[in-house]
Write a protein that binds this ligand. Structure first.
Ligand SMILES: Nc1ncnc2c1ncn2[C@@H]1O[C@H](COP(=O)(O)OP(=O)(O)OP(=O)(O)O)[C@@H](O)[C@H]1O
Length: 569
């Protein structure tokens, strides 16, 4: 009954920007089987990167010893035009700065077949970005808590190790079982200090645009200090924590939001800036100082009231001493509104819901790179995608709500079905991800469940699969995500081939662009929990995590009548 368990496998999208072929099958690369590592048992795939995957694992002899293994497929690195030496450099730098409580520990590294296997501390609290509500952000005390931990990590990196991280962003921040911050991914890190203590100047343009300091992009031949750019990125991260939005797409003259910021010398009271309390703007103005020589230093940050604020769930070192309270505060902001108002707002611009290819959703325009496809999980291993269209199935089944289904079942006196329904409700009531759908949830439940890596981007359903898939198809259209072929037809093909009982797990792969026109890829993994009970897990592969959750919320809102709801608590 564990819907989150996925067998380790390697399937990735090729993030090649060319998008020549409008077929997602061309974007999926299969790797050889993961290597067998002596004395190690692999548990689950917990993440996928551009060159491999990350799996949780334990020592076969001592199962209580758990860790994560990042598998990097060396031939793939080379096909992407990168060097093996980049990977080895990343490992070397990460290894050098692994001894800080807020830096993800690199334990060991081995070569197995064509894979580099990096043994990492298991960040069992999941990703920080999963806990940031788009357009809302996190509670101020949470932002201060993570700010202090990040400053501590960066201070150690700069001061003790002479290394700049150069890719600080929520995607690279993981959490441990107590919710403490673990800075990860040293792929872009570099030494900025020489052995004699003098500082090196950096010249390359590396990083993620929204988080990059302006001096990196200011000219074709930039000259900048990498440690100073880390401070800017901390500022963007604080902004994202406080607002659930990025302030600009790229800090250059081409971006109006950035231009406005510069023109007003950081004194903005517009858009997301208006959500930030006046006293917090003071910190942001120090961090987001466009002139690097005027930017606050890491040492100065340690004197700032934000750093020295007493946090009720942290000890004097800034580490969490009450994970339950932290979890409660963190998850309380994560809500999915299923109200008529939200639904109307989302659907009002749609001329015809039954038209598979027409929509004029306001925020984006259809892109010829959009692609949604559905496939049976077993097919992905061999890089085969279903391409035969057997029957045209476009039956429209009226919306059914779980409440009407309840009463229908009761009058039919179907005792067995009612027992099942109760069993399913009990099951989903255990999943605290379901609390996000209830505006009046008892947040104490988060506290009792302690801190854990729950992925919230999911919902359950017990309706007929054809209804589910056809509604998803319409939701994509409303969201202006083009589906090349009718996914209901493809689903019918799969059912013909495997039978309904064997069609799970199903993956609906999504490749689209977000509001900023950046690539957004992931999948909806549909697993069968028990006969009719299905779980739909939205798993981001690449792109902005905030945008992925926005997409999840839109699709879920459109499917609101198909969601199997827990009992109110
Ligand atoms: N040590 C770990 N513990 C728990 N989860 C992890 C760990 N390392 C990675 N993950 C999970 O795996 C996901 C992918 O990690 P990875 O570092 O491969 O991603 P990436 O940043 O996209 O990779 P890259 O940029 O190197 O291709 C993370 O977002 C996280 O969910």
């Amino acid at each position: 009954m564990d819907s989150d368990t996925i067998k380790p496998k390697l399937i990735i999208f090729n993030d090649d920007d060319n998008d020549k072929e409008n077929d997602i099958s061309n974007d999926i690369i299969s790797f050889p089987q993961l290597p067998i590592i002596k004395d190690v048992t692999l548990d689950e795939t917990i993440g996928q990167g551009a060159f491999g995957c990350v799996a949780s694992a334990h020592s076969t002899k001592r199962p209580s010893i758990m860790f994560a293994i990042k598998f990097i497929h060396l031939p793939t690195i080379e096909t992407q035009g990168l060097q093996k030496s980049d990977t080895f450099n990343e490992i070397k730098l990460h290894m050098k700065c692994s001894k800080h409580p807020n830096i993800l520990q690199l334990i060991d590294c081995r070569m197995e077949d064509q894979f580099v296997c990096i043994f990492l501390e298991l960040a069992s609290g999941g990703d920080l970005f999963d806990k940031i509500e788009p357009d809302v952000g996190v509670d101020t005390e949470i932002a201060q808590f993570y700010f202090k931990q990040l400053v501590n990590a960066i201070f150690y990196l700069h001061d003790e190790c002479g290394i700049a991280h150069r890719d600080i962003k929520p995607e690279n921040i993981l959490l441990d079982k107590d919710g403490n911050l673990k800075l990860a991914d040293f792929g872009l890190a570099s030494r900025f200090r020489r052995k004699d203590g003098t500082k090196k100047v950096s010249k390359d343009k590396r990083g993620s645009y929204p988080y990059m300091a302006p001096e990196i992009l200011s000219s074709d031949l930039p000259l900048y200090y990498a440690d100073v750019t880390d401070v800017w990125s901390i500022g963007i991260l604080v902004f994202v924590l406080l607002t659930g939005e990025i302030p600009w797409e790229i800090p250059t003259r081409e971006d109006n939001n950035f231009v406005n910021f510069i023109r007003n010398k950081g004194n903005l009271n517009l858009g997301p800036w208006a959500k930030i309390e006046f006293s917090h703007l003071n910190l942001l103005r120090k961090l987001l100082q466009p002139l690097p020589e005027q930017r606050v230093t890491i040492n100065q940050l340690k004197l700032h009231p934000w750093y020295n604020k007493k946090i009720i769930f942290a000890n004097s070192l800034g580490l969490c001493n009450n994970p339950g309270l932290l979890a409660q505060k963190l998850y309380s902001n994560l809500k999915v509104s299923l109200t008529d108002e939200s639904y109307d707002l989302f659907t009002q611009n749609v001329p015809n819901h039954d038209n598979n290819n027409v929509s004029n959703f306001a925020s984006t325009q259809p892109l010829n790179t959009d692609m949604v496809n559905i496939k049976h999980d077993s097919l992905t291993e061999d890089n085969i995608l279903p391409n035969t269209q057997i029957t045209a199935f476009s039956q429209y089944i009226p919306r059914t709500s779980i409440f009407s289904m309840d009463s229908q079942l009761a009058t039919n006196d179907d005792d067995d079905r009612i027992t099942k329904l109760e069993k399913w409700k009990n099951y989903i009531n255990q999943d605290i991800a379901m609390l996000q759908f209830n505006p009046h949830s008892n947040m104490e439940r988060y506290r009792s469940s302690k801190f854990n890596p729950i992925k919230l981007d999911k919902f359950y359903s017990i309706v007929d699969m054809y209804l589910l898939v056809s509604t998803l198809q319409k939701a994509f259209n409303v969201r202006n995500i083009v589906t090349k072929s009718n996914i209901v037809d493809t689903f019918a093909t799969l059912v013909d081939e495997y039978g309904m009982d064997n069609v799970f797990p199903l993956n609906i792969t999504i490749k689209t662009k977000d509001r900023m026109k950046s690539k957004l890829c992931g999948s909806i993994n549909i697993t069968q929990i028990d006969s009719d009970l299905k779980c739909l897990n939205f798993q981001r592969k690449s792109g902005d995590p905030l945008e992925w959750r926005r997409l999840f919320k839109d699709i879920t809102l459109y499917c609101r009548d198909l969601i199997f709801m827990p009992n109110n608590d």
